[in-house]
Design a protein around this ligand. Sequence first.
Ligand code: ADP
Ligand code: MG
Length: 494
Amino acid sequence: MAEETYLLEMVGIDKQFPGTHALDHVDFNLKKGEIHALIGQNGSGKSTLMNVLSGGLTMDSGHILRNGKPVRITSPTSALDNGIAMIHQELKLFPDLSVAENIFYGQFPQKMGFINWGKLYDMADEAIAMLSPDIRGRQKIRELSIAQQQLVEIVRALVKNTEVVIMDEPTASLTGEETLGLFKVIQRIRDSGVSIIFISHRLDEVLEISDRVTVLRDGVLIGTLERGQITGKDQLVDMMLSVKPAVLLEQEHKELGPVVLETRGLCLDKRLRDVSIQLHQGEVLGIAGLVGAGRTELLKTIFGAYTPEQGEILVRGKACHGLTPARAVKLGIAYLSEDRKGEGLLLKMSVEDNEIYACMERYSRLGILSVARRRKTVEEMRQKLRLKASGPGSLTGSLSGGNQQKVVIAKWLAAHSSIILMDEPTRGIDVGAKSEIYALVRSLAQEGRSIIFVSSELEEVQTVSDRILVMSKGAITKELPMNATVEEMMSYAV
Ligand code: ADP
Ligand code: MG
């Protein structure tokens, strides 16, 4: 039997960005008339691969075949000439022009040297009618919903006789109902023989709509599966993640170490009411509660950013009066702000500078920073935290949320902090990076550090904590053991 010829084949696609190997010799192929999902965690290379295919980026090496013959795609226009159109996450329509003008931009019908508007609107209405009867060619783009604008982009691609439509996270800003509508459209297009590449991180959607699924991880192809080979979501999650959370998160019941941090009757106007807690060495103490329960205030008070009206804070048994953040740092206390961008990181500084920032003193002798010593520390951190950055000089702001969070943690580890206060450390981080952070928190505790872990996601508190305190309206309402259920936590949080 003759080998199957693919509509498109991408072979050995390699792409480096300064400091990141975004695509490591990736192979990807596409059949005519299929819906092919491309999945992977944030930063795994999905957009990069598709930008290469649609002419937005040039690859460093590799080649692309169309119906078995090599093609050169050097720009979005040359991609279109090869029947490939990409619909980006940020739609690229002209908001003040009509739907018709957007669809046929650059190819308006003419009559005696003038644009034939009547014909243009008719053509647009006819083209849209295939997909959505309730959009009119005369409407301005800005009058349409995001979902409708997306349809206009799809129609615009299809009128150019496109064979391949690439959609980058098309459902990210759609409602459930709009998503279903989009899926109907995608299936209709597929049935007319067009191929669709669909980037998504919502696995339910992927399972529902795809004929095949390709998984990337860290710029590497993990595999391509036929619909029939997929056993379920777990299988896809395993392929996407480099760390299996279940293995890493086995909590063991253990003897509590000595108390390293204690608060007695802390009061802070009405935001903290008589808060007394104890944190033991090697313990992850979870603090559950709703937004506004006083959790951030408690952490910031312990860190010396707020001065309590009443009560005291004891570090390793010694009362600390007039605590300031600078003194807290000297006592080995670290604070990971919930506002990572605003407080925790200097996004315009390099990864290395951020990590060293909290412990400048140790690396400077007679006021001169020891470059070799700080490089060594930074390299240790990178390995320990599995930080994905091109190098110590990368701008922190260019990293993914999960990696930025790791830089914050690295900063405090470099400062030899033994008591780490974490405020919503996984907010805005994707699922894979979250489980890496959980694993990291557990391993820090195993090393003997003590952690207070604040999160509004109760499952997460349950996952990482040895012991759980529930806060409500500025007061501790309950202490629960590590196997407490989310319902129990909830009942004391409200
Ligand atoms: P995904 O779409 O799967 O989230 P991307 O393709 O956007 O992943 O990114 C892959 C990797 O390449 C990431 O580490 C990202 O930080 C990096 N990257 C992407 N675009 C650029 C760019 N223009 N400059 C530098 N690095 C980039
Ligand atoms: Mg992307």
